[in-house]
Design a protein around this ligand. Structure first.
Ligand SMILES: Cc1cc2nc3c(=O)[nH]c(=O)nc-3n(C[C@H](O)[C@H](O)[C@H](O)COP(=O)(O)OP(=O)(O)OC[C@H]3O[C@@H](n4cnc5c(N)ncnc54)[C@H](O)[C@@H]3O)c2cc1C
Length: 357
């Protein structure tokens, strides 16, 4: 459907001036051709006439469509509304005796490409000089037969390209999941999902996966080795068992505060204070086991014994020990009696100093 309207779009587009403005909003998906941003424009959209018959396109509906396309309240006048069918049509021949077809009379193709008028003008140019040659006896009348031959194949190529462009535009709208969805709110939600961040790439990767991801946006939480630990809320009943009390004490003392989410009631806010992600200690490894993983529990105890052999030291403590060893070594070296090369003090220096390094 083409809606011809008058509106000043300067303040809407600001310095992003252009000729074609793509509208992805499902309420008015299509494009605005800004012939003159201060005045005359055209809004073109795909219409399902079974759902919105041509007669239903009143001034009010057109106004609502254009307002939705512009995206903000803007004074406008609807000048005309015209339905047209997305198709290509080329006459079998552009000439019958003394009658020649030029422009849209010879070929019709969708405006997706801006080629219709250009093709018509080139037809006229092609035909005009041939007519002049025949008129001035420079060429035989048979030269006129070349008009169809030359121009029809050009029109055919143009028409195919316009259809291809149009199909790609429709495919673009389909890829946003807005085409063919009746409920505009649902279509808008689909579009936002399609345009959303590639969440699947951000956090959906799995180390060691041999298959590439099926798509960039879709994220499905997985509890498998190599995948990111999925988020889920952890909530506790009001009466805690001793084990639950111990578990809760391991969680951060300052829980998440989602009280600003107005859709949540008090109970839901209370249930959203800790996430499974809080189980991961920032300075260590976390192993999450099911309650029945008895066998694994003994493995963990073994592993703990092994890892506990290495005492946990902070970097500053290690640095302090190194400096102390180095300083002691230097002090011993400095107080070594003059002339003594292989004495006990020198030996001690040589043993202690390397520990500082
Ligand atoms: C939305 C849209 C956007 C477009 N954008 C572009 C673009 O960017 N670039 C481009 O090159 N093309 C574009 N086109 C195509 C272009 O508008 C047409 O190809 C072009 O206008 C055709 O010109 P024409 O003179 O052959 O036919 P028309 O413009 O249709 O002119 C035919 C004229 O003949 C009159 N008429 C009809 N029957 C009779 C009769 N029996 N007696 C007397 N008069 C009669 C009609 O009233 C009309 O005025 C677009 C088309 C549309 C719909």
């Amino acid at each position: 459907m083409t809606i011809h309207f008058n509106a000043n779009l300067r303040s809407v587009v600001g310095d992003r001036t252009g000729m074609l403005f793509w509208i992805m909003d499902p309420n008015a998906a299509g494009f605005i051709i800004g012939y003159d941003l201060d005045g005359t424009q055209v809004h073109i959209s795909q219409v399902d006439t079974k759902k919105q018959p041509i007669e239903s396109w009143t001034d009010d509906l057109c106004r609502a469509k254009v307002q939705a396309a512009i995206g903000q309240d803007t004074p406008l006048d609807i000048l005309s509304v015209r339905p047209w069918v997305f198709r290509r049509q080329i006459a079998q021949t552009f000439q019958k005796g003394k009658i020649f077809l030029v422009g849209d009379a010879a070929h019709l193709f969708p405006p997706t490409g801006g080629l219709g008028l250009n093709c018509g003008i080139a037809n006229a140019h092609n035909l005009a000089y041939k007519l002049a040659f025949v008129q001035h006896n420079v060429a035989d009348a048979s030269v006129l037969f070349t008009y169809t031959d030359e121009r029809r194949s050009v029109a055919d190529t143009y028409s195919r390209q316009c259809v291809k462009n149009g199909q790609q535009i429709i495919a673009l709208l389909r890829s946003l999941n807005t085409a063919g969805v009746d409920d505009p709110e649902q279509a808008r939600r689909n579009m936002m999902i399609a345009l959303a961040d590639p969440l699947g790439l951000h956090i959906g990767y799995v180390y060691g996966a041999s298959e590439p991801r099926p798509d960039a946006s879709y994220y499905s939480p997985k509890l498998i080795p190599g995948a990111r630990l999925p988020h889920d809320w952890i909530s506790f009943p009001s009466q805690l068992s001793k084990a639950s009390e111990t578990a809760r004490s391991a969680l951060p003392s300052q829980p998440i505060d989602v009280s600003y989410v107005i859709e949540l009631d008090e109970k839901q806010i209370e249930e959203r204070r800790w996430s499974t992600l809080d189980l991961c200690a920032p300075d260590g490894f976390t192993l999450i086991l099911g309650a029945k993983d008895i066998r694994l529990r003994s493995d963990v105890a073994e592993a703990r014994k092994y890892y506990n052999m290495t005492p946990r030291c902070t970097p500053s403590f290690i640095m302090f020990c190194a400096m102390a060893a180095f300083t002691t070594g230097l002090a011993l070296l400095a107080t070594t009696p003059v002339g003594q090369t292989y004495g006990a003090q020198m030996l001690l220096t040589n043993i202690i100093t390397p520990w500082g390094m």
